[in-house]
Design a binder for this molecule. Structure first.
Ligand SMILES: [Zn+2]
Length: 158
């Protein structure tokens, strides 16, 4: 057994991880080896110094940098600012549905054409939604879906 191994044992002992069967051998070596006693002295000193170090809190500057980095990783918030007039892509985003769904309701949705472009007035679309919402309010008890189920209604956030 060489001193490098005993140094590892000393480190393990400091961490409370030295196998019990090695303790006697380590102590016997320490009794005869000045170099390993010095290693033990240095290790104990270091451990004590580390224990004595203050626990540091991150500065505001580094906390801010971390928050900015996290913010950049997060998915973009859903768009909520829609103008009074929307094109078909904006309407799909506004309704939170895929573009194909808008295409499916194109004949039904209030729209107008300008310069070859199909446009939707937000207020008209909102009225159209309100008209559809009423269809989901059954006059008599409706078995299956609870009346107040928020997922059964299209709601518009203004
Ligand atoms: Zn030694």
């Amino acid at each position: 057994m060489n001193c490098d191994t005993y140094a590892e044992w000393l480190s393990a002992q400091l961490d409370g991880e030295l196998a019990a069967e090695h303790v006697v051998e380590l102590n016997a070596h320490l009794a005869t080896c000045e170099s390993c006693r010095e290693t033990q002295r240095i290790m104990r000193g270091l451990a004590a110094d580390i224990q004595g170090l203050p626990r540091l809190a991150p500065t505001d500057r580094s906390t801010l940098a971390i928050n900015v980095a996290i913010h950049h990783l997060a998915p973009k918030p859903r768009r909520v600012d829609f103008g009074p007039v929307m094109d078909v892509e904006e309407l799909a985003e506004f309704l939170r549905v895929p573009l194909e769904t808008v295409g499916h309701y194109l004949d039904d949705l209030p729209s107008f054409e300008l310069g070859g472009k199909l446009l939707f007035r937000r207020s008209s679309v909102e009225r159209w939604i309100e008209g559809r919402e009423h269809r989901f309010e059954p006059e008599e008890p409706f078995d299956g879906i609870p009346k107040n189920d928020p997922y059964c209604q299209i709601t518009v956030t203004r």
